[in-house]
Design a protein. Structure first.
Length: 317
């Protein structure tokens, strides 16, 4: 119900009823309606999602989750690689007494972990994942090179192990062949006490003598005290001497393998009976050959032979 409105007449100074303009009122009403509608369209979407926006928002949430999962997977790979690196270092140190690849090289210029917010789905998150992937790739390349080096070291070690003297020079299954150990012994011909720089193995003339490690024959001939004897250079500072042979089976300059027959037991040179005098030299000095039989003896037999070598006094040269 509309009220009657009045206005002041400036001349008569009386209030006179205002004439209502219906058309104007309708126009104002319509204009207000349009304004409200426009405002509604502009403002409401800020408070309520359209179906399209709702779908995008969900997709966005999914992507955030994927990024977080990828990030976790990278961290896991990183941990696996760390474990491999640790084992790798141990292999270097324990087996090869070599220095492993330094940490700064392994890290390959990667500056540690990135603690940026994972819920932030932006170009940054993708960049971060990319950087992690690149760092991981670089570390894997270094790791692969490290394994190459390990293989090289293993091959070198294998070569080393095949070269150093490691078996007995004659067959000695019942351990009864050792007649004299290493150290001061009474010489049966010279009749004096003097250092015995090797071990004496008694055996019948013609018993095969074996090279105790891979190497090169540096001498094969006759010497004053040693009679017919062979010297082998094994490299790595090791040399072996096989004396009093009845016959030699190798010549100077020949390459030999461990276990290869290089001659036969005899009694040439200063010797009182058929036997093999065997010496091991390390860096030019005679060492006790008993420490170089580990390849063909079990622990128990090794102990026994060790005892025999301490008490065996019957030097044949
Ligand atoms: Zn001897």
């Amino acid at each position: 119900m509309s009220k009657q409105r009045y206005e002041l007449d400036p001349i008569t100074l009386e209030y006179i009823p205002v004439k209502r303009n219906r058309w104007k009122e309708i126009l104002v009403f319509l204009t207000a309606g349009v304004v409200f509608m426009v405002l509604g369209f502009l403002i409401l979407p800020h408070y309520f999602d359209t179906p399209d926006e709702l779908a995008l928002r969900r997709e966005n949430e999914d992507l955030k989750l994927h990024v977080a999962v990828l990030d976790k997977k990278f961290d896991h790979l990183e941990a696996v690689l760390k474990n491999i690196q640790k084992r790798d270092k141990n292999l270097y140190r324990l087996l090869f007494e070599a220095e492993p690849i330094p940490d700064d090289v392994r890290e390959a210029g990667y500056g540690g972990s990135d603690d940026a917010n994972l819920n932030d789905l932006s170009a940054d998150a993708v960049t971060r994942l990319n950087r992690k992937m690149e760092a991981l790739s670089k570390k894997l390349v270094v790791q692969s090179q490290s394994f190459d080096e390990l293989i090289r070291l293993a091959k070198e070690k294998e070569k080393y192990l095949s070269h150093i003297p490691a078996i007995q020079p004659v067959e000695n299954k019942d351990l009864k062949r050792l007649a004299s150990g290493f150290g001061r012994r009474f010489h049966p011909i010279l009749k004096i006490w003097r250092p015995h720089n090797g071990l004496d193995f008694t055996a019948k003339t013609g018993t095969p003598i074996y090279a105790t490690g891979d190497g090169v024959v540096t001498y094969a001939g006759r010497g004053s005290g040693f009679g017919l004897h062979v010297k082998i250079d094994h490299g790595y500072g090791y040399e072996t001497v096989y004396a009093h042979m009845s016959r030699m089976a190798v010549r100077k300059g020949q390459k030999v393998k461990r276990g290869q027959i290089i001659g036969y037991v005899g009694s040439t040179g200063l010797s009182t009976g058929p036997h093999l005098h065997y010496e091991v030299h390390y860096k030019g000095k005679p060492v006790n050959p008993i420490y170089y039989f580990y390849r063909d003896l079990n622990a128990e037999d090794y102990e026994k032979l060790m005892e025999i070598s301490k008490t065996a006094q019957q030097s044949l040269d």
